[in-house]
Design a protein around this ligand. Structure first.
Ligand SMILES: [Zn+2]
Length: 198
């Protein structure tokens, strides 16, 4: 079911980087955002990248990468955590849509990370979500929010692989990469963090 014509992770990463550069420079082309594009995709979809991002209203992957309809498969949850629901969504795009690049996009001043650092009782559901971020605090070089954000993106990039036999299987069959990244709120610039996972 995978689409053999899908972009390599290298080409996909370059396409995201170029889109982010247009966004930062306010030179967006707003691609693939018209009725022709909508109508061409009524029977299928073929996104070239998966983004696991935060629900934060200021961090909008389609805008940050200057992308349009059908370009990126975006999964958003506070703290960009790889939990059962977000992983299941990512698995669908890897196994059935043939996507070869996954970006975990943390961001400056993340409220979910701040809540994990501050501790306290936020109620059943939010406590469960915040608990997924806690391991990043001790693993981080320092306990500042933005350092933990980076570590949290790296840990969740690793967990996308370690928690998913489906993604592990796909990685055995073709070249797939998971890349942690950090979004700067003011500039809109995305920093891709270090070496890609796996
Ligand atoms: Zn956030």
């Amino acid at each position: 079911m995978s689409n053999a014509k899908n972009l390599s992770w290298q080409d996909a990463l370059n396409r995201l980087k170029e889109g982010n550069q247009r966004y930062v420079a306010e030179k967006q082309t707003n691609p693939n955002n018209n009725s022709e594009r909508r109508n061409s995709l009524t029977g299928h979809q073929a996104p070239f990248a998966i983004i696991l991002g935060c629900a934060d209203s200021r961090v909008i992957p389609e805008l940050a990468f200057d992308m349009g309809i059908g370009d990126i498969f975006t999964v958003r949850v506070a703290g960009n955590i790889a939990n059962t629901a977000s992983l299941g969504s990512i698995e669908y795009a890897v196994a059935h849509l043939g996507v070869n690049l996954i970006v975990v996009l943390g961001h400056e001043s993340c409220g979910a990370v701040t809540a994990a650092i501050n501790g306290g009782d936020n109620g059943y559901n939010l406590n469960h979500l915040v608990a997924e971020i806690v391991p990043a605090i001790s693993a981080s070089e320092d306990a500042s929010v933005n350092a933990v954000v980076r570590t949290n993106a790296e840990i969740n990039a690793s967990q996308i692989v370690s928690r998913s036999p489906i993604i592990q299987n796909a990685m055995n069959e073709r070249d797939i990469r998971v890349v942690p990244a950090y979004y700067n709120l003011g500039s809109g610039e995305v920093d891709f963090l270090g070496d890609e996972v796996a």
